[in-house]
Ligand binder design. Structure first.
Ligand SMILES: Nc1ncnc2c1ncn2[C@@H]1O[C@H](COP(=O)(O)OP(=O)(O)OP(=O)(O)O)[C@@H](O)[C@H]1O
Length: 595
């Protein structure tokens, strides 16, 4: 059979170069990556065999590793699902995943000690073999197929594919170890690496010793063992494996539910943000096992507002040959989902009692949690109760603490949503400061939306300061101010729904507030930026009769030009852009030249 030579996809070339050269100091993780692939492949075959007996795994499946010191090779064998010729080319010759380009550029930018954490998250694991090997051979036979294929590459741009023989289905990876990586050919060193990186793998790993394979790890499902027998180190190792993280777990939640529903769950919350933006990770990563057997990681066992939680749920209450349709329809999973959400929430509540540690959690995942208020009305109040916010009075406060501080006469919880840098100086706050009302300063994009969705917290209405006009009675304006308001309203017709004299402005000349029943200004701003239509009346403009600028305008006959300028100033102060920046610059220039 002839040999075919193919080129790696361009991205693979760049990636290989980076992986090999920048992860040099952590190269023992190659073993974890290859063993994890072998275990996944075995899980896949085991699952497919449920509906096709011909694919059944051999007795005592294991991952078998052997070393040939003379030939300077390490061989890693599994009896998993295997790969066809095209799968070898697709999986090991290209990178199909999106985000890999981002990965390569990030990898180059990261500090060396932070680099390994990127590898697992992007599924470039196989290529880590080239950190220790100058040639990698992969001989694979797909379960259910007769022919086997051999993929060979030196990791320098090309690989070859040719027909091969393999007695049984599965995959063999043969690493030709580089001279400077010879340490891994020492059985003791290799054993240490296996224990360190692969102890949690739920499939035994055996190492060849004097011609026989001896188990190095037991392949025991960690989540099935009693808590008291598991060390923090074992939990952390397992966490890193399931979560593709490299830090310590911030929370480890391990319990067994017994009674009407039986399952074991081992869940983790990371202590640092994953590399992918947390908002983009939509699906839960919790794996579903049935009687220890891996079934799927796509059962969405947790809602997406808890998508940062990873781990394993193992139940007795589903049949082993559970089908995709059954997974979607079964009430068992719904009950498990409910139990998991409640358990995670109660863990978060307990942890919230230590504000410092909890702050770190909220900084990492608070944004995701807030989406729960929007999406899960059943838990919205619980979630809101966990959050901490900056306010005009406190660096960090909960809603309950805020309520406890509310002075007599304050009925609602007031908040201002917008961009972090602009909040504290917003003219919207001036009237509240004068009244002695504290205002929550919310600066995440989603903050423009969830308070309106939540509506009330402990019977206190969440009210945006831009919608709290009723708090401030209309000022008794004199005739000149009244006539200025009329002139401005005419000049700004269509852009604002009314112009009035403000009672709350102290230092700023003007500000925009939402029209009666109109959407919060921060929400309007976000909708506009996203190109969405904004419904409701345009905002109202309040002017400050005691401000010099307003007093100067009041003496003018015509305010056609200045009206636009005043509106733009109000917008700028909110962190918004003038409608027509060029016209704004012209007006300011003309005003200064005229002064
Ligand atoms: N031993 C194996 N048996 C069968 N398929 C394999 C094996 N090793 C790798 N593959 C295939 O090659 C693909 C690429 O592997 P690679 O390790 O680069 O990424 P991944 O396993 O998808 O992601 P990650 O390593 O982050 O979990 C795998 O998804 C799998 O389809």
């Amino acid at each position: 059979m002839t040999e075919e030579t193919r080129n790696f996809g361009t991205e693979v070339g760049r990636l290989l170069d980076l992986v090999v050269h920048s992860l040099y100091s952590d190269r023992e993780i190659f073993l974890r990556e290859l063993v994890a692939n072998a275990a996944d492949a075995t899980d896949k075959r085991r699952f497919l065999a449920l509906s096709d007996e011909a694919l059944a795994l051999p007795e005592n499946p294991a991952i078998r590793i052997s070393v040939d010191k003379l030939a300077q090779t390490i061989r890693i064998e599994d009896c998993g699902i295997g790969m066809t010729k095209e799968e070898l080319a697709d999986h090991l010759g290209t990178i199909a995943r999106s985000g890999t380009a981002a990965f390569t550029s990030q990898l180059a930018e990261k500090k060396p000690e932070d680099r390994p954490s990127l590898i697992g998250q992007f599924g470039v694991g196989f290529y880590s073999a080239f950190m220790v090997a100058d040639k990698v051979e992969v001989i694979s036979r797909k379960a259910g197929h007769d022919e086997a294929w051999e993929w060979v590459s030196d990791g320098k741009g090309q690989y070859t594919l040719k027909s091969a023989t393999r007695e049984a289905p599965g995959t063999t990876i043969l690493l030709h170890i580089k001279p400077d990586a010879e340490e891994f050919l020492e059985p003791l060193r290799l054993e240490t690496v296996i224990r360190k990186w692969a102890d949690h793998i739920a499939l035994p790993i055996e190492l060849e010793e004097d011609g026989a394979f001896k188990p190095v790890t037991e392949g025991k499902a960690l989540w099935r063992r009693p808590k008291s027998e598991i060390s923090a180190e074992e939990y952390a190792d397992f966490y890193r494996h399931v979560a593709h993280q490299f830090d310590e777990p911030w929370a480890t939640i391990h319990w067994r539910a017994e009674g009407t529903l039986e399952f074991s769950a081992l869940l983790f919350i990371p202590s640092s943000k994953p590399f992918m933006p947390v908002e983009d990770v939509r699906a839960s990563k919790v794996r579903l096992h049935v009687k220890r057997m891996f079934i799927t990681d796509q059962a969405e066992l947790l809602p997406h507002w808890l998508s940062f939680v990873s781990g394993v749920v193992d139940t007795e209450d589903l049949p082993l040959n559970v089908s995709r349709e059954l997974l979607q329809a079964t009430p068992v999973l719904d009950k498990i989902r409910k139990a998991l959400v409640n358990r995670v929430l109660s863990e978060l509540k307990a942890k919230a009692k230590e504000p410092e540690a909890f702050k770190a959690f909220l900084e990492n995942f608070g944004v995701v949690l807030k989406e729960g208020i929007y999406e899960d009305t059943g838990h919205a109040a619980d979630i809101a109760g966990l959050l901490r916010f900056e306010s005009t009075r406190e660096g960090s406060t909960t809603l309950d603490e805020y309520i406890a501080r509310m002075p007599e006469g304050q009925e609602a919880i007031y908040y201002l949503a917008g961009e972090a840098g602009h909040l504290k100086t917003s003219p919207q706050l001036e009237g509240f400061a004068a009244k002695g009302f504290e205002v929550l300063l919310l600066s995440d994009a989603i903050d423009a939306f969830w308070p309106a969705r939540l509506g009330t917290y402990k019977e206190k209405k969440l009210t945006s300061v831009s919608q709290a006009g009723a708090l401030f009675e209309a000022a008794e304006a004199d005739e000149t101010v009244k006539s200025l308001c009329e002139k401005l309203a005419k000049a700004l017709d269509g852009k604002v729904s009314a112009v009035s004299a403000s009672t709350r402005l102290q230092d700023s000349p003007a500000m925009l507030v939402a029209a009666e029943g109109g959407p919060d200004l921060a929400m309007q701003r976000l909708l506009r930026r996203a190109g969405r239509p904004v419904f409701g009346l345009p905002p109202k403009l309040e002017i400050n009769p005691s401000h010099k600028l307003v007093q100067a305008l009041a003496t003018r006959e015509s305010v056609e030009d200045e009206a636009g300028l005043l509106l733009d100033l109000a917008k700028l102060q909110e962190g918004d852009l003038p409608e027509d920046p060029a016209a704004f610059v012209r007006r300011v220039a003309a005003a200064i030249a005229g002064a």
